[in-house]
Design a protein around this ligand. Structure first.
Ligand SMILES: NC(=O)c1ccc[n+]([C@@H]2O[C@H](COP(=O)([O-])OP(=O)(O)OC[C@H]3O[C@@H](n4cnc5c(N)ncnc54)[C@H](O)[C@@H]3O)[C@@H](O)[C@H]2O)c1
Ligand SMILES: [Fe+2]
Length: 415
């Protein structure tokens, strides 16, 4: 976990933090829209006031690819920086992590990418300090050792996972949320919700098959008492504040609480690991042909990560609940569902219905058909999800190809 500071105005602490870390010359990563924002301006002013030399990289691609990460790496390697600052959402923070990694520990690109898609090699040594400043309320990337990207050759999302990638310092300033478009609040809020739900229902750590110990232990260990606590708290905030945060940009309390929930859920899923909703989402975002969401970059098909994740949620909870009914009921209750009188047999439905209620209140698409998928696409979707076995194996039960087809089939429409 990084050292983190949460609160209004903490972006102005970037400079003193960089100075304390001994940084003389940093690269500031952001995206082209945020480049002109007051958030980037505040961080730049703070760094300059602390006499830290800064070079800005604003070419981060929203939903990054292997190509965009390599482009960012060239900037990082050429600049000979002694530290990094990221100001943006998951796309920015993940790009910064990858650029820092490859500039600090140079290697052929697929070396550190998760197996079986990449070689999955351990990062052999330290990377440079990274101060992460999130501006969305969902990924929790400021707290995780994960960088996600789309590998164009497979049209599949994958990532790099290493505790070395965990930012050194996270400055989480809820003031940044005021300028978020409503669709970004909704999509990132559901990403946060799903991180928490998946942490609570991941295969419990004593049942994990991975026998690695010591430094070889995976970053994510399965559901555990620590992540359970944080995930439940994150869900309480999502249940109370998500709809308000989406529908009213001036609702400072709601947007602040969603930033906090995203941070908690990030710490939780970094420790526990995600499973089916994330594994399935990567096939959905990779195979969607024509989808555009206001508030996101124009001109290319893009399914915001959190939207791809939530579309599979109700289908997954109906499927996984029978093996962990109490946990699904606990999750539903935390998320604000009425659970009085509900028994173990109802747990999947109660949780699915609560998620659907939140989807409807925030105008999410009604299942995969809204994105153009039809029933006969379940084969292609199942094939697209299979490379995600690393996360799918973290599900609380073993998942077959037939199960994957059925899960996508049940995600076609919900109301
Ligand atoms: N590393 C992790 O642990 C982790 C976890 C979950 C998701 N992810 C990845 O993160 C990426 C998605 O990141 P995201 O959902 O945070 O969004 P994003 O970074 O892709 O940004 C989405 C849009 O919102 C805009 N934006 C961001 N902050 C803004 C603000 N404060 N005001 C106005 N506009 C703003 C951006 O310019 C962009 O157009 C995906 O690639 C996903 O796979 C990573
Ligand atoms: Fe996510």
């Amino acid at each position: 976990m990084p050292t983190f500071t949460f609160g209004s105005g903490v972006l102005a602490e970037a400079g003193p933090n960089a100075q304390e870390l001994g940084l003389k010359r940093v690269a500031l990563f952001t995206d082209s829209r945020l480049r002109a924002s007051e958030h980037v301006a505040k961080v730049l002013a703070s760094l300059r006031e602390s006499k830290v030399d800064v070079a800005v990289y604003d070419e981060v691609v929203i939903e990054p690819t292997d190509a965009s990460l390599q482009h960012a790496t060239r900037f990082a390697a050429d600049g000979r920086f002694d530290g990094y600052v990221s100001v943006g959402g998951g796309s920015v923070m993940d790009t910064c992590k990858a650029a820092n990694l490859y500039a600090s520990q140079p290697a052929e690109f697929m070396t550190y990418v998760n197996a079986p898609i990449g070689a999955g090699q351990k990062v052999p040594g330290p990377v440079k300090p990274h101060i992460a400043c999130p501006t969305t309320s969902g990924t929790g990337s400021e707290t995780t050792g994960i960088a996600i990207f789309t590998l164009r050759a497979l049209n599949a999302k994958t990532g790099i996972i290493s505790r070395r990638l965990i930012p050194t310092i996270a400055l989480i300033d809820p003031d940044t949320a005021a300028s978020l478009p409503r669709n970004a609040v909704a999509a990132t809020g559901f990403d946060c919700m799903s991180h928490a739900l998946e942490s609570l229902t991941a295969r419990a750590y004593p049942r994990r098959l991975n026998p690695a110990q010591g430094v070889s232990r995976p970053v994510s260990q399965g559901a555990n008492p620590f992540s359970d606590l944080l995930a439940a708290e994150a869900l309480r905030n999502v249940g109370r504040f998500l709809v308000r945060a989406v529908n009213d940009a001036s609702d400072i309390e709601a947007r602040t609480e969603m930033m906090y929930a995203a941070m908690l859920a990030g710490i939780a899923f970094n420790a526990a690991g995600c499973h089916l909703p994330h594994g399935l989402s990567y096939a959905v975002s990779g195979l969607t042909k024509d989808w555009h969401v206001p508030g996101y970059p124009e001109g290319k098909t893009l399914v915001p990560h959190g939207m791809a994740v939530v579309l599979n949620n109700p289908s997954v909870w109906r499927y996984t609940a029978p093996c962990l009914p109490e946990r699904h009921l606990h999750a539903a209750r935390s998320l604000g569902a009425e659970t009085r009188g509900a028994g173990p047999a109802d747990s999947g439905e109660v949780l699915a219905q609560r998620v659907i209620e939140l989807m409807r209140a925030t105008k999410m698409p009604n299942g995969l058909t809204a994105l153009g998928f039809v029933a006969s696409d379940v084969d292609a979707l199942a094939t697209g999800a299979e490379p995600q076995y690393r996360v799918i194996k973290n599900a609380p039960k073993d998942v077959s190809r037939e199960d994957l087809r059925a899960l996508f089939g049940a995600a076609m429409s919900y109301w």
